[in-house]
Ligand binder design. Structure first.
Ligand code: SF4
Length: 758
């Protein structure tokens, strides 16, 4: 038995853990008191991590699909040689646009992303599809317009706010804020502070709130617009802040003043007096912030919702200060920036062949991928690489994904486990688990203090599985796109110390300056050259050296404030060494609140409030028709509960409760349908139908039902376990702007059936 430090990989908080390990198993999981961000905090899910590490669906060898659909074990060399040859043949015959890369990441495995993205360059393709493209790109696009770049991502200082608006989120279950349950408890217990929850369900967070606005599903846009209109109408906006830091307020104000407040509040079906109270309370609070999540990002008017929630804290001046919303720095970038100005400069944004969809933050929306594969044109997508993702269950429209992936000339899946997507692949490449390799999360999204945790391997890779850096570097070598390394061969003799790393960086920069075509493969290049010199086999962490240098250069004073020693030349290397040594994670930087203005990327340093596309959509709201009454219920799909996570857990034994992933329904609705707890029903949308088990629950509104995400897997080739919610979702039921799906607004019928029928 030994005790090691690591982190939880089940949500974006990535809490630090101290784990007792014996015989290849987690036997005890505790919060790591030494972790600088979570400080010992954790929730009940982390205790179940052994169900991720050890289960019957783990992959151990490269597998090749046979014509009859079965798989045979092949060597790495055979698999990668054939995959490389087939990729190159497709590129040669059809061009790079015939290739798409899907996934790459998850809640804690982002280090491999630096390596896998190189494959897109090798294939001369830009088609990167991932979960951010079905959740967050509307938000990123708004950020780009407001703050100057789509990488300008905001965070919220809930811990220090006097007034917090939680809109479309349930931090008690989905976390997303520092040490969520402790933070909520502190908010609740302090009579000087106010917590408001806007959610159609009386969620675990809403139960703790001072005010809960239990709005009708799909009306968040109206309610936020009404809040903004009241603030402006009553002159509660922060004129000094707006004059000093923003442009375009006059246009926004004009639109907000035209909003029919009473009508919008009526559409949301909440008391007008409560809405007025919240508007006044939020606008006049000393320090206030807004925390949002998928509840408004997966429902009607997704992108507009992102705009309105940001206007709430911007027009009240709750930005760039403690207790407000702020921009943050990041070490490992999760998204890029798609320059819309290309359109204006006469250059075209890269659009997809069928939907003519442009990327946002460098990402394309998974909702359109099946059509891009299935459309009959010569320019269709023919080969797909899926990495650390299970699109068949997690993206909208499972049926469409099945048909599309079955039609591909080449589908390769890199994963830890045999997933539903892997079953359709031509090749399955086994990845080491997140506890069998050097790994890190890119969810370092904090401000003013930011953290980073490089995790070391706790176990040897299972069977022949390999870490992603090795898989992709070998594949690129097979494809013949990797540079010849001899100019950096001397690095193998380096001691892993500060001066050696400075010398290495100088040589690397000089080499890349004279071989610009090698720059896209820099991750594998440093992995193969610097990597072997790093201590404890941390080769995969080699690309963090240039990233640490970049971070220290951009945030010099903040990095120094976090206690890292060095001058402008050496600070980045010092930071890199601290990352390598810090088993519990490290504090990267300590900014001051005023620094948030240095993170705004508009040329004039101001926030550009008027976004014409959003103001047009806002203006059109009054004429919007109410949703069709053809379906009596609105399903909110993908609810976060006590024992669901993403698809990372496959063994159903991990759940202590809610093994069926029950459909929650209001008692009055259940009575009307003659349904009671544990009875079976069919849930039917315009797209499909799935069996469900009913749980009568008065926390949901009448007329709405909820289902959790993270179910529907076929563990050990079983039938689907629990609701496969994306059999109900349609890819064209989405935000027209970002193409992100309306998972929280799926019109459905519910019909009682006998268990045998279900
Ligand atoms: S809050 Fe998230 S990261 Fe922390 S223990 Fe729970 S699931 Fe894991």
């Amino acid at each position: 038995m030994r005790t090691e430090k690591t982190a939880c990989i089940l949500c974006s908080r990535n809490c630090g853990l101290a784990v007792d390990i014996d015989d290849g198993k987690f036997v005890r999981v505790r919060g790591d008191e030494d972790h600088p961000a979570s400080k010992g905090y954790l929730c009940q899910k982390a205790a179940r991590l052994d169900y991720y590490q050890n289960h019957a669906d783990r992959l151990q060898h490269p597998l090749k699909r046979q014509p009859d659909g079965s798989f045979v074990q092949v060597s790495w060399d055979e698999a990668l040689t054939d995959i490389a040859a087939r990729l190159l043949a497709i590129r040669k015959q059809h061009g790079g646009d015939a290739f798409a890369f899907v996934g790459g990441g998850g809640q804690g495995n982002h280090l491999g992303g630096a390596y896998s993205r190189q494959l897109l360059t090798a294939m001369k393709s830009r088609y990167a599809y991932n979960a951010l493209g079905q959740e967050k790109t509307g938000d990123f696009w708004v950020n780009g317009r407001l703050f100057g770049r789509q990488t300008c991502h905001t965070t919220e200082d809930v811990e220090h706010a006097d007034y917090v608006l939680f809109i479309g989120c349930n931090p008690y279950q989905s976390h997303g804020i520092p040490n969520a349950r402790d933070t909520l408890r502190d908010l609740r217990k302090d009579p000087q502070r106010t917590m408001v929850v806007i959610d159609p369900r009386r969620s675990e967070t809403a139960k703790q709130a001072d005010i809960h606005l239990q709005l009708k599903p799909g009306t968040d846009t109206y309610l936020m617009a009404a809040l903004l209109a009241i603030i402006v109408r009553d002159g509660l906006h922060d004129r000094t802040f707006l004059a000093k830091h923003c442009t375009g307020f006059e246009q926004v104000e004009q639109e907000l003043l035209a909003i029919p407040v009473a009508d919008y509040v009526q559409r949301a079906d909440v008391p007008l007096a409560d809405v007025e109270r919240v508007a006044r309370g939020f606008a006049t609070a000393r320090r206030a912030c807004v925390r949002i999540d998928l509840g408004i990002q997966h429902t009607l008017h997704t992108t507009l919702n992102g705009y309105l929630e940001k206007l709430l804290y911007l027009i009240t001046g709750n930005f760039g200060r403690q207790g407000g919303n702020n921009l943050h720095a990041y070490l490992l970038p999760l998204m890029g920036h798609t320059d819309e100005r290309k359109k204006r400069k006469g250059k075209a944004l890269k659009r997809t062949a069928h939907h003519q969809m442009h990327p946002i933050a460098g990402i394309y929306p998974p909702n359109i991928l099946p059509d891009e594969i299935l459309h009959p044109g010569e320019d269709r997508v023919r080969a797909v690489f899926v990495d650390s993702a299970n699109p068949l269950l997690t993206y909208a429209d499972t049926d469409a994904y099945e048909r599309a992936f079955q039609s591909l000339e080449l589908l390769v899946v890199v994963d830890v486990a045999m997933t539903e997507t892997a079953r359709l692949a031509h090749y399955i490449l086994p990845a080491a688990s997140q506890f069998e390799k050097w790994e890190a999360t890119g969810f370092n999204l904090e401000f003013p203090t930011n953290f980073f945790h490089l995790r070391h391997p706790l176990f040897a890779p299972l069977g022949e599985s390999l870490p992603e850096p090795e898989i992709y570097t070998r594949l690129l070598e097979k494809m013949g796109v990797m540079p010849h390394f001899s100019p950096l061969a001397w690095v193998a003799r380096l001691e892993p110390n500060l001066s050696a790393h400075l010398a290495y960086l100088g040589a690397l920069a000089a080499m890349l300056a004279s071989h610009k075509d090698w720059i896209p493969y820099a991750a594998s290049l440093v992995y193969r050259t610097l990597g072997p010199t790093l201590p404890d086999g941390a080769a995969a962490a080699a690309p963090l050296l240039p990233l640490a240098v970049q971070y220290a250069t951009q945030h010099y004073a903040a990095v120094k404030r976090a206690g890292h020693e060095g001058n402008r030349l050496t600070l980045g290397s010092t930071l890199f060494h601290a990352i390598l040594a810090g088993r519990s994670g490290i504090t990267l930087s300590r900014h001051e609140f005023a620094d948030t203005w240095s993170l705004v990327k508009q040329p004039d340093g101001r926030i550009h409030l008027a976004i014409p596309e959003m103001l047009n959509e806002l203006r059109a709201l009054p004429t919007e028709l109410p949703p069709s009454a053809d379906y009596p219920f609105v399903l909110m799909a993908g609810e976060r509960r006590s024992y669901n996570a993403n698809q990372i857990f496959r063994d159903p034994a991990w759940r202590k409760v809610d093994k069926d992933g029950a459909l929650r329904m209001h008692p009055d609705d259940a009575k009307t349908l003659e349904l009671s707890n544990g009875e079976h029903a069919l849930c039917q949308s315009a797209r499909g139908e799935i069996p469900v088990v009913v749980e009568v629950d008065d926390t949901v509104r009448r007329g709405m039902v909820t289902l959790p995400h993270g179910y529907g897997q076929r563990y050990k080739n079983s039938t689907p376990l629990g609701p496969a919610v994306n059999r109900l979702t349609a890819s064209d039921h989405c935000d027209p702007f970002s193409k992100t799906p309306f998972h929280k607004y799926v019109p459905v019928h519910i019909r009682k059936v006998a268990a045998s029928v279900a």
